[in-house]
Design a binder for this molecule. Sequence first.
Ligand code: ASP
Ligand code: MG
Length: 456
Amino acid sequence: MTPVAPTVMKFGGTSVEDAAALARLAAIVAARRAERPVVVVSAMARVTDALVRAVARAGEGDAGGAMAEAAPHLARHGEAARALLPPAEAAEVEAHVRDAEREMGGLLEMIARQPGTRLPLHDAVVSFGERLSSVLVAAVLRANGMAGVAVDARRCIRTDAEFRRAAPLPDETRRCTRAEVLPLLEEGGVPVLGGFIASAPSGATTTLGRGGSDYSAALIGAALDAREIQVWTDVTGFLTADPRVVPGARRIDRLSYAEAAELAFFGAKVLHPRTIAPAVERGIPVRVCNAREPDAGGTRIDAHAEPSPAGAKAIAHKGGITVVQVTAVGMLGVYGFLKALFDVFDRHRTPVDVVATSEVSVSLSVEETDALPALLPELRALGTVDVEEGNAIVCVVGEGLRTTPGIAARVFGTIRDVNVRMISQGASRLNLTFVVKDDQAHEVVSRLHAELFEDR
Ligand code: ASP
Ligand code: MG
């Protein structure tokens, strides 16, 4: 009989931030022991920020100040250990903390003396957040009757040498991860790896970029052909709308990868789609769960979420949007106009979100407006340009929109008294997106939520 495929369980910074959070983590993993968990952890909340500040201080030549930034945060691991572990195990974690302090002190002094080492040593300093949290979590699991084993993730995730945002080498990572982790699983162990950290071919410590632990979890899940990758966080998965705008917003049980990507783009800060790409490639489902409500189920994201009967799954919105309209009578029937237009945005590295065109004008919505002063004169060479700030994008998302006749009529009928600026239905027909004035966005989202999701 082949054993069940492992489940990767990733816990973010708030899910390991103190003794109470760690106790919740242990209970969650213990209840899912039969799923062959492989645990991936972030640094305790606020630790990475402190270590980044420490590197900056050292870069200014102040090694003492740098250590003063870091030390109180390193000490938090010892405090949690003393609260949760038998004395001998706590002492072992505290010994790790002292080693980390010593090693980090050496690195910070090196940076202070030779500023040229700041970039190559940055990731080594910052990596201590995840190195210590993984040691601590493994010990907490052992104290709760599981065979927790800390695994140095730098031996698993292999990358190029681009410090602070290294790119994984997939084949190497798969080979090394399997070699490190599978034997532990065979013996019934619960491997615990730090997210975010990795190593370059030279052996130097690298990191995957801020917030990179989700990416680590996806890479590890893909390497192990995991059954599921669970992201344990402090929200209850994806919701039908922003709960600050719609208090009655409900959790969404299932999403497709594409739906999750649309929602993440519109600001659902649950999970960045890019970070789960390795899981998407291998078709591994990702589940977002709330560590404070472990039995609530969360949102499961996979390749084939069923369309919900309503046709729509969620309403996302994003304010602070500027609409740029370019009108050029001369564009009628002319080749190359759109290309010239997009080239301008491209050159100024300004992403365009929504596009609507007519025969003689094009409207585009942009969120990043820093480059507009430089960009607008170039646009004016193409036609008359109008700029309107203070807009919001509202986006109704769902695979079911493809097959639900009349959804647009229902959406716009519900807000028939609102001035809708631009309308676009994504080529995938997965979303219906439009622009309204910023000060009407909340009203629009509430009314649409009532129409599409309530009383049924
Ligand atoms: N600890 C890292 C950070 O704060 C990685 C992560 O938490 O995902 O950016
Ligand atoms: Mg995170």
